[in-house]
Design a protein around this ligand. Structure first.
Ligand code: SAM
Length: 208
């Protein structure tokens, strides 16, 4: 079970080793996922659960970047990678963003929906602060919609969850009727477990 309070403890432990293990293994998939996005000068980009800042190098300099996370040790690592870029790093809960509606052009939800206590809230908050024509990129591991989870997978999940991630979440469950369209969804790594998904905001009106 993933809880925000325990996630803070888990990611305090993971911060020193995160890049060594997960950074290197996932970099190919991450790079392919970022190819889904077109950045334009002046775009405002939100990295939700920015972690150690592994995404920062894929965002061109003329963009203004905001990264939020609940773990200070992870944010400290991201700070070291943000030199020379327009990056604001803030300790904030992704389930309750303190940004006004319609703030960002692009929102990146990489490896956060499988970690946060309430991924539905993370998604609805992302949609709320996304501009009407904005895009959301997701790179993460999910089970396929309607797939039966085996006993072995449940057992493995109890181990990965105790370290810092849930491997049995279904992406489609996070959408809950939000006004977003899935415009790309590709399997990238580990037999399709890791996917890159691109959403566009299709709300007729700005959130108010
Ligand atoms: C697996 S790491 C992913 C980091 C980064 N997005 C990446 O792609 O490498 C998950 C991150 O989400 C953060 N996190 C977990 N729950 C959160 C929440 N409710 N609000 C903000 N950050 C959260 C953790 O502290 C951790 O830094």
């Amino acid at each position: 079970m993933m809880k925000n309070e325990t996630n803070i403890k888990k990611y305090r432990r993971l911060a020193p080793i995160y890049d060594l293990f997960f950074g290197a293994i996932l970099s190919l998939g991450r790079e392919k996922a970022f190819n889904f996005l077109d950045f334009h000068p002046g775009n405002s980009v939100l990295l939700v659960g920015v972690g150690t800042g592994e995404d920062l190098k894929y965002i061109p300099d003329p963009c203004s970047i905001t990264g939020i996370d609940i773990s200070d040790p992870m944010l400290d690592k991201a700070k070291r990678k943000s030199a020379g870029k327009r990056v604001k790093l803030i300790n904030m809960n992704a389930e309750k963003l303190s940004f006004p509606n319609n703030t960002f052009d692009i929102i990146v939800l990489n490896l956060i929906l499988s970690v946060a206590e309430n991924p539905q809230k993370v998604m609805s908050e992302a949609q709320r602060v996304l501009k009407p024509d904005g895009r959301i990129l997701v790179f993460d591991k999910f089970i396929h919609s309607g797939a039966k989870v085996s006993g072995l997978r449940k057992l493995i999940n109890s181990i990965t969850s105790s370290i810092g991630t849930d491997i049995n979440r279904c992406f489609e469950d996070t959408l809950q009727g939000l006004p977003v369209n899935k415009i790309r969804d590709e399997s990238l790594m580990f037999g399709g477990m890791y996917r890159a998904i691109l959403l566009e905001n299709v709300s007729d009106f700005p959130n108010c």
